[in-house]
Unconditional design. Structure first.
Length: 255
């Protein structure tokens, strides 16, 4: 069954039960491991029989908007170890506060990106609860509408608790909610790639001395990303060149 149909251990267990053979899935998995058939590459090393990967392609602005939350550490006032070094007096002072139960905490970066144009909107928020995600979605809709994306056909998210909440389902406003396969972040690859850009070009691109300083710079970086930074998906042009309406009252390029 494994060699011919490439069935998983769970499917093999099911098929055996249909013919009266009672066996647990764990036993099937152990047998496949002993036979070196537990990995797909062991059956077909060249991958000739693998299914062809399909690309997730947005057809127009608003066809697919991807949402995600990135959790980052809050910067203590005066700067953390990135500003002063890991063994500096400032870093040791922060470590002492942790042992006393006082932690700097986290900031949650909620982001929405249009899958066609790569136009992105990000806010730094205090948590990733459902109410916070719903409020962010409403502001993101208004922001996209200001750029001519008045209808969002599909909203793509992971399986985080804030996106599974009934309050979030009630806030979809006619958009189709598509949750990706669990533990498969590549199915939401556009927002994952944006998170990497955000980390490399903003979060850790310079030394910040406080969380307020970084939060205040986030809006300016958003303008830089959308209106000044070249993007491969737009043939080297900024994402804003692919949307119906371009907002003109933008600041100079981020630096």
């Amino acid at each position: 069954m494994r060699r011919e149909h490439k069935w998983s251990a769970a499917r093999i267990t099911f098929e055996l039960e249909q013919v009266g053979i009672q066996i647990s899935r764990r036993t099937v998995s152990r047998i496949l491991t002993d036979l070196q058939l537990n990995r797909r590459r062991f059956i077909d090393p060249t991958g000739e029989s693998n299914r062809e990967a399909r690309k997730i392609v947005a057809r127009c602005p608003g066809h697919m908007v991807h949402l995600d939350v990135k959790k980052v550490g809050r910067i203590p006032d005066g700067g953390g170890w990135r500003a002063h070094g890991k063994d500096s007096p400032e870093a040791r002072a922060v470590a002492r506060t942790k042992t006393r139960g006082t932690r700097a905490g986290y900031v949650y970066l909620h982001s929405a990106i249009d899958g066609y144009s790569r136009l992105a909107y990000t806010e730094a928020l205090p948590n990733e609860q459902a109410a916070t995600a719903v409020a962010f979605l409403a502001r993101a809709r208004a922001w996209f509408a200001a750029h001519g994306i008045t209808h969002i056909e599909r909203i793509v998210t992971d399986n985080g608790s804030c996106y599974r909440a009934s309050a979030f389902a009630d806030a979809l406003a006619g958009s189709r909610h598509q949750r990706i396969t669990p533990y498969t972040p590549r199915h939401n690859g556009k927002i994952e790639r944006y998170n990497r850009i955000l980390a490399e070009e903003f979060l850790y691109a310079r030394t910040w001395t406080s969380e307020d300083e970084r939060a205040n710079a986030l809006e300016r970086w958003n303008l830089h990303y959308n209106y000044h930074r070249p993007h491969g998906a737009a043939d080297g042009q900024p994402p804003a060149t692919l949307v119906p309406i371009r907002v003109n009252n933008v600041l100079a390029s981020y630096s």
